[in-house]
Design a protein around this ligand. Structure first.
Ligand code: PGA
Length: 252
């Protein structure tokens, strides 16, 4: 890996602010790598509490979603400006659990623009739903990339992080074979380079997500073009999340 890997913890709908404070404090005290970046993505309700615990540490903060509009009559929604004001550097967009709830590529494209306008780094998630032939998965992935990043200027694209998460691998304990991951990430890198050129497409980080844990990190993270991970279950305990970051540091 030549790009500085990002180890991103998607806490999903887990934990009160008290839970977040405890986990964040443990990560802040123990994460010391310079060649790896770590970020955590708590619920909106825990952002400010977690931010306070991360202050002065090497661990960054992110949100799990934003609304595409800057403000207005959108009850229950949260804007890019709001999460930025809570100290977020990153925002996850188009996670499969949100796509499952109706979010489309067009929504993700609009949210990506909103995030970037506010100076947030979008972590744009893509992934095929079921196990399938490589060629079939690749056509889904390239369409998701094209549509989700539709309105992004080529010169801005290297600020985007792409997360490839085969939906069937999320929360199931199943992971693609090394060979399948090599093929998928080679395809994703080539697609980004073809779209944005070597300079930009070659510098976009691509994360793997889906049942990544402390046990399989040493097999997955050294694979070419995998520039870190988006981790759900294993990010809810400091020990396993830090172990994944340690593995990433070895291959960075
Ligand atoms: P998992 O979740 O690590 O629990 O499979 C990953 C994700 O949904 O981002």
């Amino acid at each position: 890996m030549t790009l500085r890997p990002l180890i991103a913890g998607n806490w999903k709908m887990n934990g009160t602010p008290a839970f977040g404070a405890e986990l964040a404090a443990e990560l802040a005290a123990n994460f010391a790598h310079d060649n790896v970046e770590m970020a955590v993505f708590p619920s909106f309700t825990s952002l400010t509490t977690v931010e306070a615990k991360l202050k002065g540490s090497k661990v960054a903060l992110g949100a799990q979603n934003i609304h595409a509009e800057a403000k207005g009559a959108h009850t229950g929604e949260v804007s890019a400006e709001m999460v930025k004001a809570c100290g977020c550097k990153y925002v996850i967009l188009g996670h499969s659990e949100r796509r499952e709830a109706g979010e489309t590529d067009a929504d993700v494209a609009a949210k990506t623009c909103a995030a970037m306008a506010e100076g947030l780094v979008p972590v744009v998630c893509i992934g095929e739903k079921a196990k399938m032939e490589a060629a079939e998965a690749q056509s889904i992935l390239s369409a998701q990339l094209r549509e989700s990043l539709k309105n992004i200027a080529i010169t801005d694209a290297d600020q985007i992080v792409v997360a490839y998460e085969p939906v069937w691998a999320i929360g199931t304990g199943l992971v693609p074979t090394t060979q399948d991951l090599e093929q998928a990430f080679d395809f994703l890198r080539k697609t980004l380079v073809k779209t944005y050129g070597e300079e930009v497409g070659g510098n976009m980080r691509i994360l793997y997500g889906g049942s990544l844990n402390a046990q399989n990190a040493d097999e997955i993270l050294p694979i070419p073009h995998i520039n870190g991970g988006l981790i759900g279950g294993a990010s809810l305990k400091a020990e396993s999340f830090l172990a994944i970051a340690n593995a990433a540091s070895k291959y960075a």
